[in-house]
Design a binder for this molecule. Structure first.
Ligand code: SF4
Length: 112
């Protein structure tokens, strides 16, 4: 008695091949998007532009968390607003409400 694997049916073969092809295409598209994003730097806002900005995004909309993410923190982000003199509460030019200098969100951009 032998234990040879059952033959692959035509439908199984076509389904697995199509899934692999779709996954490869999706990965390639995601990589292209990431490369395009890094190849086109976002212009750094000027101090005057930052002063006129009104934060409108909710913390939930940008996935804000009260902790660092991969070593990145709000305090090193171009949108970060340090506490006003005499206060300890930080804010953001994009995200409404108080934030932590040690927090992070998906809109994070390194301050140069
Ligand atoms: S990481 Fe997000 S919440 Fe923090 S300063 Fe930057 S934009 Fe604002």
């Amino acid at each position: 008695m032998s234990f040879a694997p059952p033959p692959l049916r035509r439908r199984q073969f076509l389904t697995s091949t199509a899934a692999t092809t779709i996954a490869s295409a999706a990965s390639a598209a995601a990589l292209q998007t990431a490369k395009a994003a890094t190849a086109t730097p976002t212009p750094t806002p000027t101090a005057a532009q930052l002063r006129t900005m009104v934060p409108t995004l909710s913390k939930a909309a940008v996935g804000y968390i009260d902790m660092p993410h991969d070593g990145d923190v709000c305090g090193a982000c171009i949108w970060f607003k340090p506490p006003s003199p005499g206060t300890t509460i930080s804010h953001c030019h994009l995200v409404a409400g108080p934030i932590s200098a040690a927090g992070w969100c998906q809109a994070w951009m390194r301050r140069s």
